[in-house]
Ligand binder design. Sequence first.
Ligand code: AHR
Length: 308
Amino acid sequence: SVPVAALLPGAAWAQKPLVLGFSQVGAESEWRTANTESIKSAAKEAGIELKFSDAQQKQENQIKAIRSFIAQKVDVIAFSPVVESGWEPVLREAKAAKIPVVLTDRAVNTKDTSLYVTFMGSDFVEEGRKAGRWLVEKMKDTKGEVNIVELQGTVGSAPAIDRKKGFEEVIKADPKFKIIRSQTGDFTRAKGKEVMEAFLKAEGKKINVLYAHNDDMAIGAIQAIEEAGMKPAKDIVIISIDAVKGAFEAMIAGKLNVSVECSPLLGPQLMSAVKDIKAGKAVPKRIVTEEGIFPMEVAAKEFPNRKY
Ligand code: AHR
């Protein structure tokens, strides 16, 4: 049989679009929706054919999607791993098929760094530290215990592990800070509300601070706090991460104290890495996103500049 390339005129062959297989975590948060939108629009803009698959927060679905991308012989595979561990077998399959892999947003737990070309995304430990530093400063004159409840992200995910670690690293410097409850809210509003209701039932007015690993869980928790007859951001200081528009709205309404930025706008960076990889150019092993922190006092002024 004649190879397809031989049947195409030279120019058409040269223009054959790169094919990128992307396995997304799911649609659990406002952040994730913005991330998906960024990837889809950047692929379009870059003329890259995108095969997009939504794993609905399940690792098995991501593994299936990656295997299907390998079978389809895509040019590059990218994915945002729902949890950190358990990826080595499928990544070895991609390597054996000579398909380069890019990690976006979340890292995997492997010693064999040859299994992926680059990892682009935030420094989640630093995000946790920023949240901790803000709290230490805010409460520097408070005497007595500061009781904190923590809403963790998805169990086993890089942002849940790292944001907890960074936050604890900072607050442990002063024994007045105590995490009295810590549970997963799976990065969703519904679960954030549900778990906060349980925290309030168990601890009530003892709670001084809520640290939520993302804005969606904080927004769910705000509802629970209001339904319990308390004032969010006043009776309970609330810190969260992402700085999505929903968080800015909550800050402007005086219901959220601060949000640490985590940018979902990884699409353009991903597409340029895909092109560089296919062109044989060197790509840095780690590309860290630059990010800030937004307390409620600046929310109204910053809101018009927000892109997600
Ligand atoms: O991996 C990034 C995290 O995943 C975001 O903070 C959270 O909102 C999302 O679901």
